[in-house]
Design a protein around this ligand. Structure first.
Ligand SMILES: Nc1ncnc2c1ncn2[C@@H]1O[C@H](COP(=O)(O)OP(=O)(O)OP(=O)(O)O)[C@@H](O)[C@H]1O
Ligand SMILES: [Mg+2]
Length: 442
């Protein structure tokens, strides 16, 4: 018998080596190599047809056919609904609610005349039934199957009509044609490839649920994200039940949109109010700002705690913010405003589980830190807007009008930042050109 060839594959990036190594030379991950059997090239080689080359004007254009899921927030993230024949990968931490949202979407779709088949590799049919009863899911055109084999899935679909199929989750489904265990890079890649092929040839929309690793990326190499049309991440704050659905790749729409949901006993509910303010307390260390997520503005509360350090090195800790950016802002506050923060521990928290990457929150972060440092509360109805540069200058954020409008929705009329050309007369503007002027407001 011909000896099958094996190689060691990094489960993070997909890099292959003939020998086991402790550290991946490609992505730097430790202990990520698993031995996998290589499929011979001749087995996977396909019959080739003559290649057709066409001029762009000769290619017939077709409208992307879309249908609504019946859940507005989800449609918006997809760029206007589910695309026929599109493949969507949805990733998120365990227990965040991936299966819940997929079931709710299946239910809505099936009630709008779409035939949906839900393949679960994670839960038995009885478990699914229990969950459906809790979520009040009873669509007539909704079918379930508990399986772990992709060939079984595709076989069962050959004689059944389906408009949408759901695979929960990709890590639990394996192909008998690949010898490695389910969830390994080769399996995940191959199964996804098969599903993409199926979706494109049959015009069936496919949703694939993917687990994420502890680093927050979808388990399996980046290639998985390349294969599919749309990649969505589900993230959020467990305590408050808030969930944020974010598109990180979309071949059929923008990646700027986010969807907001709230987890309840009856499943995920669309989150209408777009504010991330915890309470109306006037404790020191909180500052408000407005951040942009795609084309939407959100009022966000930033909390800081500055306390005396008892160790040689001060501790700096962030939730939902970039630690390096915090260190930079602390250095600016120290150098430009004269605050002696080097003997203080600083903790920073973005309320509501949002992860903020845009620099326009800098001014609010600085305000929260100074407020906690001086133990003086900031006025409740003030919003800080602006990026802080290394020389201490405050810059005007983009989409200023949208941010001001969002603040106004919550009856906040005092805007602090570097603003020149705001025509809105219904708000009070307080100009700050340099960070050292911030002390006038705290
Ligand atoms: N009876 C219940 N009442 C309220 N909320 C519940 C109830 N049961 C489950 N939940 C919520 O649903 C969440 C689990 O959702 P779900 O199973 O959809 O997550 P998942 O992302 O699919 O997880 P996994 O990765 O394990 O498959 C729980 O974390 C909890 O918040
Ligand atoms: Mg699940």
């Amino acid at each position: 018998m011909k000896k099958s060839k094996t190689s060691f594959v990094c489960q993070v990036c997909g890099y292959k080596t003939p020998k086991w190594v402790g550290k991946c030379s490609e992505c730097g991950s430790w202990n990520s190599f698993v031995e996998e059997i290589e499929e011979s090239k001749s087995e996977i080689r396909k019959k080739r047809n003559g290649l057709e080359i066409k001029r762009i004007s000769d290619i017939e254009g077709v409208e992307t056919e879309r249908f609504s899921t019946g859940i507005n927030e989800f449609d918006q993230v997809l760029g206007g609904g589910v695309v026929k024949g599109g493949v969507v990968l949805i990733g998120g931490e365990p227990g965040i609610g991936k299966s819940t949202i997929m079931l709710q979407i299946s239910d809505k779709l099936s009630k709008h005349g779409k035939r949906v088949i839900y393949f679960s590799g994670e839960e038995s049919l009885t478990q699914l039934k229990l969950r459906c009863d809790r979520l009040n899911i009873n669509g007539d055109e909704l079918f379930f199957s508990a399986t772990n084999n992709i060939e079984d899935v595709l076989d069962s679909l050959s004689d059944k009509r389906a408009d949408v199929i759901i695979i929960d989750s990709i890590q639990t489904i394996y192909s008998s044609e690949i010898s490695s265990a389910a969830g390994t890079v080769s399996q995940v890649k191959y199964v996804t490839h098969k599903l993409v092929e199926f979706a494109k040839s049959k015009g069936v929309s496919v949703f694939i649920v993917g687990q994420v690793t502890k680093d927050g990326v979808i388990a399996g190499p980046k290639v998985l994200e390349h294969l599919v049309d749309t990649v969505l991440y589900f993230e959020g704050d467990y305590e408050r039940g808030l969930r944020i659905l974010r598109a990180v790749k979309n071949r059929f729409g923008s990646t700027n949109e986010v969807g907001l949901f709230e987890m309840s006993g009856k499943g995920l509910i669309e989150y209408r109010s777009s504010s991330f303010i915890d309470n109306n307390s006037d404790a020191p260390g909180r500052a408000l700002t407005v951040v942009m997520e795609g084309t939407r503005a959100f009022l966000v509360e930033i909390q800081a705690l500055v306390s005396q350090t008892y160790f040689n090195y001060p501790k700096r800790n962030v939730t939902g913010f970039d630690l390096n950016r915090l260190n930079m802002l602390l250095a600016i506050l120290e150098k430009k405003c004269g605050f002696n923060l080097s003997t203080c521990d600083v903790y920073l928290n973005i309320v509501g589980g949002l992860k903020i990457t845009e620099p326009s929150v800098d001014l609010a972060v600085c305000a929260a830190i100074i407020s906690s440092f001086r133990d003086i509360a900031i006025e409740k109805n003030a919003v800080f807007l602006g990026e802080v540069g290394l020389t201490g200058e405050v810059r005007t954020p983009v989409f200023l009008d949208m941010r001001i409008n969002e603040a106004k929705r919550f009856n906040i009329k005092k805007i602090i930042g570097n603003m020149n050309n705001v025509s809105d007369k219904s708000v009070e503007l307080f100009a700050i050109k340099h960070i050292n002027e911030i002390t006038n407001y705290i």
